[in-house]
Design a protein around this ligand. Sequence first.
Ligand code: GLN
Length: 497
Amino acid sequence: MDELITMTAAELSAAMAAGDVSAADVTEAHLDRIAAVDDRVKAFLHVAADDARARAREVDARRKAGEPLGPLAGVPVAVKDLFTTIGMPTTCGSKILGDWHPPYESTITQRLRNAGAILIGKTNMDEFAMGSSTENSGFGPSHNPWDLAKVPGGSSGGSAAAVAAHMAPLALGTDTGGSIRQPAAVCGIVGTKPTYGGSSRYGVVAFASSLDTPGPLGRTVLDAALLHEVMSGHDPMDSTSINAPVPPVVEAARHGDVAGLRIGVVTEFAGDGYQPGVMARFTEAVELLESLGAKVTEISCPHFKYALPAYYLIAPSEASSNLARFDGMRYGLRTGSGSAEEVMAATRAAGFGAEVKRRIMLGTYALSSGYYDAYYGKAQQVRTLIIQDFDAAFGQVDVLVSPATPTTAFPIGERADDPMAMYLADLCTIPTDLAGNAAISVPCGLADEDGLPAGLQVMAPPLADDRLYRVAAAVEAAFNERWGHPLLADAKGLSAR
Ligand code: GLN
């Protein structure tokens, strides 16, 4: 059984197709692993054990009947708890949703169910995806499997921790400012933010609608690509969904090759605030890409330094509007008595955590008449400048690279009372969200100071998501050869072997 939890999704899929192992066994092995370690990691808010077992038996029966099954059939997937799922609660990491059971299913989880994937449970997250450490969850923090005293990143920290600790080979996350790539980087796994509109937002509880992008997390580049492909594609239920074919990500992940590829190193992502061990691994990764035949140049994106302040106007503005619906009338928690207004005020006061309240106030202020042009309008203009930086860069190179995060995982509690320090965790990831293009974080080794994982970020133009996988696969193959074992995600504290 132990062996099953160390296998990749691709390996599990092949073993099930060959009849060597059943979906029921694969599911049971992962449920056992959850039972053994999740009291320490706290990645899951809900484990759908019975449902997962029933679905696994269905997959086995379909296979026995000779039905053609896709690559994710029988493969467990952990789901960030902001995808609506029938038969499971959806809390968004917030007390305000209480034990809300959504009456409808998100497009992406429905696609996974149709593909025979086993939705094994819902994972912890920063409340309404606001945060970089999972400490803003209304249900307590998750822990980094590499070092349980450290954060797993956020906001998709539960998903990243579940995958890194071998509780599921794959997980779904969402990235609004970095919430897939940042936790992937600090948990030593692969995480992708697809092109905005490439993956459906239908049934994904909204944080900042012009930024929110669902994406995959996995322990290998190929696994992330397999999930990316199944979850993506046009959805008429989402008005910003792109009606274009899914980029050939799986094909790219199978053929990592960077010979002749033009790679730009972003000048602005270095200097103060960057941990030396993270920079050392990044520099090595760039040298490695060069040795594999890539043409590396340095590229300046002068407006990237304004991305963080622009994001912290745009995201809270959109959030303040999106979160107006949690009023004690429609969903989950209702508290207080008296008029509707009094009930709304009491419910929102009791149901939202400090960071969510901070964002609602910031956003409401930025959108208020008289300030709209000075704050929200100005931030949207900065966004255009950032898009122009990317356009200019992609006129010269095929992809851009940077560290995925300025530091490795930080101690639980260290930044909890310092929002500015917390916001810096997404310094490298936010420009991509503002511009709507695609990016991946792939492990590139362990920092010398603390032995914790560092991630290499690769950024590509919109709808060129396949380039990310091509570069990441080349990096992964080269590093695996050097490390002598297939997975970096063999977390120290919780060895699966
Ligand atoms: N850490 C960023 C924030 O708090 C990004 C979060 C995200 O991508 N959901 O807004």
